[in-house]
Design a protein around this ligand. Sequence first.
Ligand code: ADP
Length: 370
Amino acid sequence: MARKARSNDASPKTETLPEPDFPNTGIARPEAIPGEDDRDQALRPKRLSEFLGQQAMKDNLQVFIHAAKERGESLDHLFLIGPPGLGKTTLAKVVANELETGFVQTSAPALDKPKDLVGLLTNLKKGDVFFIDEIHRLKPAIEELLYIAMEDYELDWIVGQGPMARTLRIPIQPFTLVGATTKAGVVSSPLISRFGITCRFSFYVQEDMEAIVHRSAGLLGVKIKPDAASLLAKSSRGTPRVVNRLLRRMRDFAQFAATGSKASTAISLNVVRDGLDRLEIDSLGLEKQDRDILRMIIERYKGGPVGAETLAISVGESVETLEDYYEPFLIQVGLLQRTPRGRMVTSFAYGHLGLKPPTRDTGNGEGFLF
Ligand code: ADP
């Protein structure tokens, strides 16, 4: 509900919107492809020292972890906010490793009935890290159960039915809940208020992205030239998951180019340039679907404003995908704006697509740009 309110969809919904005209390749999409995280195990940082970037957040966490360990207490509950692929799951595991405790992982959609949560919580050992991904999707009954668990380390469990029903309080071990979300705006305030520490992820800066490329290349045993690493980092939307995925593809291209010859399988600048071209990823790291979204707003909606729902249908994506995966980066690089009346492209978007921004009539015969 709250999400709908946030999207400020001013455009009327219509039945006659055209079918999307393009397929979605998704190489640069920041969410995990099924099975990808398993393949990525080797690349996942295990300790805070290996977790690159997000320095201020890491420095604070280091202090909180150290203090909790010294007191022999569990760490305060931790709330992680940020777009997909930036390292929320990774950081949750890192925290467990630093605390030297167990790690139990689930996601809100997997918690269907209160007993699913009770089963997991009653099995936790003292100090364990309990990670719930997509915590904004918890069902109300489960969320309420979690409040008491987070606050009192107890569970309210109803036994019996009708007049015979009574509530049992079951003690559980003190634990640290790590809740992750891409949509902090739709998490209820009673839940938010129960987290003692909040970490907001930002897109990674170029320097940190390059460091991640070099680290991952080292772990994959593939050589990459500094200029190639720099271009790859620049084209990966400030997102570690994307850069790791593109690195694997560049390794394939380099290997393929060297097949049958004595050429090196190291990833060179040319390999990255060619590879990004083949994958239709441009100099800002946008893939075809990003550009199609911008082009759709320009060509069909005169640059906007257009409501999120209308836009999502036009480009063949769900509103969630549009809001969670595409928009944050388009907004971050200054190509798109969220306004109270809907989404608008910026003049930078016209320039990036090689289009001329329209001039708008001011009423006195002189046009102005935006
Ligand atoms: P999220 O949970 O936010 O969607 P993940 O924690 O699954 O993101 O991270 C995706 C991948 O990116 C991981 O497999 C990991 O290899 C890599 N990664 C994430 N953050 C970092 C980081 N700070 N340093 C190095 N690699 C990272």
